[in-house]
Design a protein around this ligand. Structure first.
Ligand code: FES
Length: 66
């Protein structure tokens, strides 16, 4: 990491967007490969490419609000 600021943005009814040079680790602490500076992390639990979002949340009708 270069020390640059990393931001995580929660999108309504969608994923968490991570912008910046953050390491993404799995439950065992192993680094998950990433190929882009901005990645979307699934928070609906339905993605087939976890921890990343594959867009399934839209078809599933995932909602983050009451
Ligand atoms: S948030 Fe997009 S597939 Fe889960």
């Amino acid at each position: 990491m270069t020390g640059e600021r990393v931001t995580v943005t929660a999108y309504t009814d969608g994923p968490l967007l991570v912008r910046g040079d953050a390491d993404i680790l799995d439950a065992d602490g192993h680094r998950v490969p990433r190929t882009r500076r901005t990645v979307a992390l699934c928070r609906c639990g339905l993605s087939t490419i976890k921890p990343y979002c594959d867009g399934t949340h839209k078809a599933a009708g995932f909602r983050t609000d009451e």
